[in-house]
Design a binder for this molecule. Structure first.
Ligand code: GRG
Length: 308
């Protein structure tokens, strides 16, 4: 099956339209996720319904989009990058389901809908998260491999980003920091792991799916790392400036939980400045792509300027 990414966009000669780009890539990812996941009626049906409930609840699909845009910047894209794009979205969705549990952030709303445990109960929500994490690795094994990047390299990439030194380390530090005054250095440690690690992994896996050169991989790492940090700073800002309706999740939770955030530590204006500076660093990393990273650049701008 040819992806929409191959039908339109990068070679069409028309000016780049991020809205159309995101619609097309999201449609491709949604179709692929639907193919990769067991059907909602497959036994145990409750579990598969719960996995699909959160996965198709209307997330922004930023990690898959970044993954696909990175592949395209390296001359790849299309079907070849879809397994990596779907794998990172499964890990991301698992982390949100677990993050929303009463034992963690205890949230009732996510992606504009009731959280997984509110609909299916805590036990099934834990298991749906576990199953999505495992599913991510199964999906990743269908990624075409190249001389430079074998299956082991791809699996290691995702395992490291989601493991106890990155994503989960960030969540642990976040939990342990509640109610404490943090320095910006300590807050950055959390943001690097909780958010930046998976965004960085998304673009790296996209590059690997396109057999990128070591120089391109290094550039994607710098881009992903900085965009990831900017993403979390903006997320902190939106938590205090936007409504729950617009965000699709409970706004103002960071303040209520006395969480250390950039706005709480340095104020809103300085936080906006930091997000802009991080985005500038991300743009600078794209120089090696010689104008072929239009989608990555547009995504970085969109993430900086987003209102939800
Ligand atoms: C292992 C029990 C256990 C839990 C793990 C790792 C973890 C739980 C949670 C960390 C995940 C987390 C909430 C990170 C913050 C990153 C972030 C800003 C998420 C929101 O991303 P968006 O805005 O969400 O892209 P959508 O819904 O649009 O996909």
């Amino acid at each position: 099956m040819a992806s929409r990414a191959q039908h339109r966009g990068k070679d069409s000669g028309s000016p780049f339209d991020l809205k159309v780009y995101l619609e097309e890539r999201t449609a491709d990812v949604n179709e692929a996720l639907d193919r990769f996941l067991p059907s909602a009626t497959h036994k145990p049906a409750t579990l598969h319904r719960a996995m699909r409930y959160s996965l198709f609840a209307g997330g922004k699909r930023m990690r898959p989009a970044l993954c696909m845009a990175a592949a395209e910047a390296c001359g790849g894209g299309g079907e070849a990058c879809l397994p990596a794009a779907c794998a990172v979205e499964c890990v991301h969705t698992y982390s949100l389901i677990h993050d929303d549990l009463p034992a963690m952030d205890n949230d009732d709303f996510r992606r504009g809908k009731l959280t997984n445990h509110k609909v299916f109960g805590e036990g099934i929500a834990v298991l749906a998260g576990d199953a999505l994490l495992t599913q991510a690795f199964e999906i990743l094994t269908t990624c075409p491999v190249s001389k430079r990047y074998g299956a082991q390299t791809l699996v290691l990439e995702l395992a490291r980003a989601s493991g106890s030194l990155q994503l989960i380390a960030g969540q642990v530090a976040d939990l342990e920091a509640e109610g404490k005054a943090l320095s910006t250095k300590e807050l950055r440690y959390i943001h690097e792991r909780k958010t930046s690690a998976l965004l960085c992994c998304s673009v790296r896996l996209g590059g690997m799916s396109a057999n990128c050169t070591p120089v391109q991989l290094e550039a994607l790492s710098r881009f992903g790392f900085n965009v990831g940090l900017a993403f979390q700073v903006i997320d902190d800002i939106l938590d205090v400036t936007q409504t729950s309706e617009l965000l699709g999740k409970t706004a103002g939770k960071d303040v209520a939980a006395q969480k250390a955030t950039y706005p709480a530590i340095v104020g809103l204006e300085k936080s906006r400045k930091i997000a802009r500076q991080l985005t500038e660093k991300a743009y600078a990393a794209l120089a090696v792509f010689d104008g072929r990273a239009t989608a990555l650049e547009a995504l970085a701008r969109y993430l900086l300027e987003r209102d939800r």
